[in-house]
Design a protein around this ligand. Structure first.
Ligand SMILES: *[C@@H]1O[C@H](CO)[C@@H](O)[C@H](O)[C@H]1NC(C)=O
Ligand SMILES: *[C@@H]1O[C@H](CO)[C@@H](O)[C@H](O)[C@H]1NC(C)=O
Length: 409
């Protein structure tokens, strides 16, 4: 009897052992990363920003993101994560930005750094806090290719030079001339660091690479999938009871209020604030341009106002977003999934418009009149499919001189 239960126990132990091996193999198979990208962790677009030189294990979402990037883009090398060599002129010149503010500000500072690095073949870096913030706000770690100051300094044994210079010692770019003067005197020994001041948004350098620069900021699948689901639901709701209607198109409409109104009154004291009339005029204008029925997806930092002034007055507008400024991923993903964009001003909506823009799409921005030119109008006057409209529906696209002012070489 005793002998038999010993046998059973032994059998159990052995089969348990094999079961564990089976589980381990399954786990490896599911989350296995092929060697090519382990080898180039530091230098590939697919690498995560290694916090301490390696991926934190257990962050499955990151691993899945990595896989996806590889599947879609193949392995692209990322020379920005290689160690810099001193005394090589522009190759030894860092470009960065001082960053503060909410998502929109961080995004456009980051993109200004990327665009300038690409344009002049400089080395982009940014503080770790900004990269962490962009990750937290919903962007894929694997798409954020700019290394952090802290990480590159440590990885390349720069003895704190990069960190110290970033904190206090970079040449601050207040205007274009500052950048050009620095580029005329590239370092022949050591390194140089140039830095945008707070709230940078260098339209002049971002516009020429508009479609390309979207790859630098890719939203996590979680948000993209939820946004698609949300649009599908809205479509069903909208088409209920309508017979024979063709597939509608979606318009992301952003209403920025709260703190921006004060901002506008300080920065552009003569400019008008976008009234409900502007939004309705822009919506009706777009309906005439597009040969499909339109569904307006309204997103706002003041959802109550947006509901009373816009959504409640129409049968084609919905307010689905979270409006949560601490988790804006879903709102951005909703914009990105829409076919067109309407907004007045603000870098958050500008980010949405960037993610949404594709050939054939329209973007309408607001003209506050009285000689006010917002940052958003600078983009609008230089991109196809973009229009600048005042609240009476006048398209003021032509009022602005459109120059090709990009500095080559
Ligand atoms: C332009 O600014 C003036 C004040 O400087 C104001 O009285 C006027 O209403 C503004 N015009 C518009 C169209 O906002
Ligand atoms: C419009 O957006 C929807 C939802 O993202 C998409 O399925 C559709 O292909 C888009 N239509 C066009 C013409 O791009």
């Amino acid at each position: 009897m005793l002998c038999r239960s010993k046998h059973i126990a032994a059998l159990l132990v052995i089969s348990g052992f094999f079961y564990l091996i089976f589980l381990w193999e399954k786990f490896r198979k599911d989350f296995y990363i092929p060697p090519p990208f382990e080898e180039c962790l530091d230098s590939c677009i697919v690498s995560t920003q290694p916090v301490d030189g390696e991926i934190e294990h257990g962050r499955i979402q990151d691993l899945l993101d990595l896989r996806e990037v590889v599947a879609h883009n193949g392995v692209r090398s990322n020379p920005w994560k290689e160690c810099p060599v001193p005394g090589r002129g522009r190759e030894s010149t860092f470009i960065t930005a001082q960053v503060i503010g909410r998502l929109g500000n961080v995004v456009w500072s980051y993109l200004s750094v990327v665009a300038t690095a690409k344009q002049y073949k400089l080395r982009p870096v940014i503080d770790k806090a900004s990269i962490d913030f962009l990750k937290k706000m919903g962007f894929k770690e694997s798409s954020l290719r700019v290394p952090s100051v802290e990480w590159l300094d440590r990885k390349c044994g720069m003895n704190g030079w990069l960190v110290r210079t970033y904190a206090d010692g970079a040449v601050v770019l207040n205007e274009k001339r500052d950048l050009f003067l620095s580029l005329e005197q590239p370092p022949t020994e050591g390194y140089a660091m140039l830095s945008y001041h707070y709230y940078a948004s260098n339209a002049e350098e971002i516009i020429p690479i508009w479609s390309d620069i979207r790859k630098e900021l890719v939203l996590r699948d979680k948000y993209t999938l939820n946004a698609r689901r949300s649009l599908d639901e809205m479509k069903k709701k909208h088409l209920k009871g309508l017979v024979g209607s063709v597939d509608p198109e979606f318009v992301g409409l952003h209403v920025r209020r709260t703190d921006y109104l004060r901002h506008l009154s300080i920065v552009h004291p003569n400019g008008m604030v976008a009234s409900p009339k502007y939004y309705h005029t822009a919506m009706d204008w777009l309906k005439k341009q597009v040969d499909r029925s339109l569904i307006f997806i309204v997103i706002s930092d003041d959802p109550k106002w947006a509901e009373t002034e816009i959504v409640d007055r129409r049968s084609d507008a919905y307010l689905p977003g979270s409006g949560d400024i601490y988790d804006p991923g879903l709102d951005l993903a909703l914009f990105a999934a829409c076919n067109h964009t309407i907004f007045a001003y603000g870098t958050f909506a500008l980010t949405g418009a960037l993610l949404a823009s594709r050939p054939g799409s329209f973007t309408v921005v607001f003209d506050p009149l009285n000689g006010t030119i917002t940052k958003e109008m600078e983009y609008a006057s230089n991109l196809p499919g973009w229009r600048i409209m005042d609240e009476d529906g006048n398209l003021n696209y032509d009022r602005f001189e459109i120059k090709f002012r990009y500095a080559y070489g």
